[in-house]
Design a protein around this ligand. Structure first.
Ligand code: CDT
Length: 303
């Protein structure tokens, strides 16, 4: 077996008035707790440095640029990068990324993967952006990810790490089986993801319990159908009164949830994951080479 302790660090609310330094201090505290439990890797949430700002309407980049990071590590991230390197803990971190290349500015909803020795292994830029570009006029809040982010341009890469091959995705990506299958076909044994999921679906009225159920269903099916571990970290609780679900979880390749947060606050969960556990699934029922029939999957690849 190949056992390694993985942690998921759930964040409670970050309010609009909270500064990035206080958010990063909370991440560092959870990193230390994860390290004290023997964790080699920590998964933090999507947009982990700020409130979930796509709920608000801004027109001018001068108003919303405050939420983005430039460079890696950005100045705000430095304490986390330094402490993680000192402790020898690798991590996944979600953040709003602003890049200027060739005189053009781009904004993405991004996650970075950092190795336990402090090397930046790579980035993922969110591909399935939910919500709208223009406000829908909901009385409570909006979901304007298409306004504040471009569709990710890096595909679904996977990364060789000292503990195996990992893939990353972000929030809404977890609802799409193509996300995980693409990474699994590229050899991923661990999927890391962060999320901010409003408790109320403003686009479709549905019973409240479905939000939690669909989160869990997506994580467990992704794990089982690809024979991989899933590390899923929520930012949750009520940010300035806007409620988001918790339910951060570690899911085994059997599809079984082995650890789950019980609060809607900052909370660390961990598990000694056997990375060989998925191998029998990938050798048997989901041996892609022997059993997949891509010649019959035309519509999925747009053929
Ligand atoms: N952050 C994010 O992607 N949230 C979405 C909300 C969907 S409702 C517009 C999610 O899939 O959880």
């Amino acid at each position: 077996s190949r056992r390694e302790v993985f942690a998921v660090a759930q964040l409670g609310p970050i309010h609009l008035a909270d500064d990035k330094a206080s958010a990063v201090a909370r991440l560092v505290e959870m990193l230390r707790e994860a390290h004290a439990r023997g964790a080699r890797w920590v998964t933090f949430p999507e947009l982990a440095l700020t409130t979930f700002f796509p709920r608000y309407i801004y027109d001018d980049p001068a108003e919303y640029d405050q939420f983005y990071e430039e460079g890696l590590p950005s100045p705000a991230m430095v304490p986390l990068f330094e402490e993680a390197k000192r402790l020898g803990v690798g991590f996944y971190l979600g953040y709003a990324e602003k890049v200027t290349e060739g005189g053009e500015t781009h904004r993405f909803n991004t996650a970075v993967l950092v190795s336990p020795n402090g090397d930046i292994l790579g980035k993922y830029r969110k591909i399935h952006l939910p919500g709208t570009k223009d406000p829908i006029g909901d009385l409570e809040f909006e979901h304007l990810e298409k306004r504040y982010f471009e569709v990710g341009d890096l595909g679904f890469p996977t990364f060789a790490t000292p503990s195996g091959r990992f893939g990353m995705c972000i929030c809404n990506d977890r609802r799409w089986p193509e996300t995980f299958r693409t990474m699994a076909l590229r050899g991923a044994e661990v999927f890391m993801l962060g999320y901010n999921t409003p408790t109320r679906n403003i686009h479709h009225p549905e019973p409240a319990h479905l939000r939690e159920f669909h989160n869990r269903l997506s994580l467990e099916s992704a794990a089982y159908q690809n024979g991989a571990w899933v590390m899923a970290a929520a930012k949750c609780g009520a940010e300035d009164g806007f409620a988001m679900i918790g339910g951060s979880a570690i899911v085994a390749p059997t599809g079984e949830t082995v650890a789950r947060c019980v609060s809607e606050e900052d909370e660390v969960i961990s598990y000694a994951c056997d990375l060989d556990l998925g191998a029998y699934i990938r050798r048997s029922v989901f041996d892609f080479k022997r059993h997949r029939r891509p010649e019959h999957y035309g519509p999925i690849t747009g053929q």
